[in-house]
Design a protein around this ligand. Structure first.
Ligand SMILES: C[S@@+](CC[C@H](N)C(=O)[O-])C[C@H]1O[C@@H](n2cnc3c(N)ncnc32)[C@H](O)[C@@H]1O
Length: 271
């Protein structure tokens, strides 16, 4: 209940953003209730459990949400259709998330969860991850087809996130929300922090990384043919929450930094 109340209050003042970014934001007044009933940043569980919490915190009920890599619709299994109804699309239904059939600045929220590992972007179908008895994995996590053009290996994963993020930026309204699912990976024996690479690139598009959620798998990952372990086996993934702003920024710049820089400059310019 407390969580619901604070969400409604946030909506009244600034539907899609972060109050620290609101130029008219007044000084914080002490108040509210003491509660442990809050959305937290890390959960052990699955996507279907975490996704509704992210919507409740960051997206007003009734918003126009396009899930552009809808897949099996797992994210939506525990979302009440009374609160949110997704506009679902996927390459499997003929819509490429890099070329969406929506007008510029027409949506409140975009959800993006493309194939997240380089094994799902191979040039030959027989080399794609999830062969034989793991065929269900391939069907759930990709469209099951080989990638014929563009960069290879981990760079193919990034290319998809970068192009789809650019397209999401086009169709989102100012202060619209982009929810991105991703997982880091070790590719060619090299640690690739996909979530950092995405945050840095999206910052250049004007996306403010407003929140980050870690989802930890409840079961232990199984490794076959392990000789010597070099990197920690990944058992976590991320939901990143971005807000579209009109000003490209560096990922490290804090939203309040620009205002602070401007007022410092003004102080220095005073006679
Ligand atoms: C990780 S799964 C998404 C799972 C989904 N979030 C769910 O809840 O079931 C990745 C999905 O991206 C789709 N996909 C792959 N390339 C795509 C593209 N270029 N445009 C749109 N969808 C794509 C695949 O068909 C697959 O359904």
């Amino acid at each position: 209940m407390a969580q619901q109340l604070s969400f409604e209050v946030m909506n009244l003042s600034l539907p899609f953003g972060d109050e620290s970014r609101d130029p008219d934001h007044k000084r914080r007044v002490q108040g509210g209730v003491c509660t442990t009933d809050v959305v937290v940043s890390a959960y052990m569980g699955d996507n279907a459990e975490v996704f509704p919490k992210i919507l409740a915190l960051h997206v007003p009920r009734g918003a126009e949400i396009a899930d552009v890599t809808y897949g099996l619709g797992v994210f939506w299994r525990k979302v009440s259709p009374k609160d949110y109804k997704p506009i679902a699309s996927d390459l499997k239904t003929g819509v490429d998330c890099r070329n969406l059939p929506y007008e510029d600045a027409s949506l409140d929220c975009v959800v993006l969860d493309p194939p997240y590992m380089e094994g799902l972007y191979r040039r030959e179908n027989g080399h794609l991850a999830g062969s034989g008895s793991h065929g269900a994995f391939r069907t759930a996590y990709s469209n099951g087809e080989e990638t014929t053009t563009g960069p290879k290996w981990h760079d193919a994963v990034l290319d998809m996130y970068f192009k789809a993020g650019t397209e999401a930026c086009r169709v989102l309204r100012e202060r619209g929300v982009l929810i991105v699912k991703c997982q880091d990976e070790v590719s060619a024996n090299t640690q690739r922090l996909t979530h950092v690479e995405i945050i840095n690139y999206y910052a250049k598009l004007g996306f403010y990384a407003k929140d980050l959620f870690v989802v930890v798998r409840p079961n232990s990952p199984c490794v076959t043919r392990l000789k010597k372990q070099v990197h920690a086996r990944k058992n976590h993934s991320y939901f990143l929450v971005f807000v579209k702003t009109s000003s490209p920024r560096s990922a490290s710049s804090h939203p309040s930094q620009n205002r602070e820089q401007v007022s410092r400059k003004r102080r220095l310019q005073r006679p």
